[in-house]
Design a binder for this molecule. Structure first.
Ligand SMILES: [Zn+2]
Length: 284
């Protein structure tokens, strides 16, 4: 081998890695970049990432050390097989990214995810109240309401999810009253489930009633805006308070057998401008 070739080879070996590094600076966008990390100011609790051809949720999760569930919940990815190259994802740093909704307080958010309010304040360097639309990092959440919602039929085109999974024992509409034996109109649907079954908020909203009310027994009512509200009746335990903002999928109560009830079940209503409508027409 001639001396020139050896020198050239050594030079190439030295220069090539430098050239590769300078072609792909980590976290810094370059003109014509087709994918990869886009970067974010260091104060943001997440990195933006542009999906490259061949990426999967699992490969991105592995590469950046972020749990798949955190990426899914932060980006509302219902079907992980439908990642599109060019799509921009949020990669949260050690938790889930939550977008603050109108009327939602830090206490509400902390309760929804089962984390301490001080942890959220620290993780986001908050100095004041969060603003609607603001993206907050929820560090190491104990619950992720959206993942619960996904299991209960979450769909981008549907307002509601099922409050729980269980056998429907009575439909909406005219029926013979199970206790009085007289013609009656059933204003909701019943799920035959054991006492203590977790009941989830069918949509995000504000709790407007949480307590005992006549035949309903222990009742929770959630106002979802746009004239829509949901009723959860005959509960054994209520886990929310009036005025609290709850997330879709959040556990709000445990089912029971209180009030006018012939056996353990959840009575679930959807109301439009106060008038009960058939839940089956609204559920996914
Ligand atoms: Zn009922």
């Amino acid at each position: 081998m001639s001396r020139e070739i050896i020198v050239a080879a050594v030079l190439l070996a030295l220069v090539l890695p430098l050239a590769i590094i300078s072609l792909s600076p980590p976290g810094i966008p370059s003109p014509g970049d087709s994918g990869g990390p886009i970067g974010a100011p260091p104060s943001l609790p997440y990195t933006s990432y542009r999906v490259r051809p061949g990426d999967t949720l699992a490969s991105i999760a592995r590469r950046y050390g972020v749990p798949v569930d955190y990426i899914r919940a932060s980006n509302r990815i219902a079907d992980p097989r439908k990642l599109r190259p060019g799509e921009v994802l949020i990669l949260p740093h050690g938790g889930v990214i939550h977008t603050v909704k109108e009327g939602q307080t830090l206490d509400d958010i902390a309760a929804s995810y089962g984390v301490g309010k001080p942890d959220i304040i620290m993780a986001n360097d908050l100095t004041g109240l969060p603003l609607p639309g603001q993206k907050l990092l929820i560090p190491s959440p104990r619950e992720i309401p959206w993942l619960e919602a996904l299991k209960l039929g979450w769909h981008p085109d549907s307002t509601f999810i099922w409050p729980l999974k269980g056998r429907i024992t009575s439909l909406f509409g005219p029926r013979i009253h199970p206790i009085y034996g007289t013609p009656d109109f059933h204003t909701g649907i019943d799920f035959g489930v054991p006492v203590g079954t977790e009941v989830h908020a069918a949509a995000a909203g504000k709790v407007t009633f949480a307590g005992r009310q006549g035949g309903y027994g222990l009742l929770v009512v959630i106002d979802h805006g746009n004239g829509l509200s949901t009723y959860y009746a005959h509960l054994s335990e209520i886990l929310v308070e009036v005025g609290q903002f709850v997330e879709q999928g959040q556990v709000i109560a445990l089912s029971g057998n209180t009030g006018l009830s012939t056996g353990p079940h959840l009575h679930f209503e959807i109301r439009l401008h106060g008038k009960p409508v058939d839940p089956l027409a609204w559920l996914p």
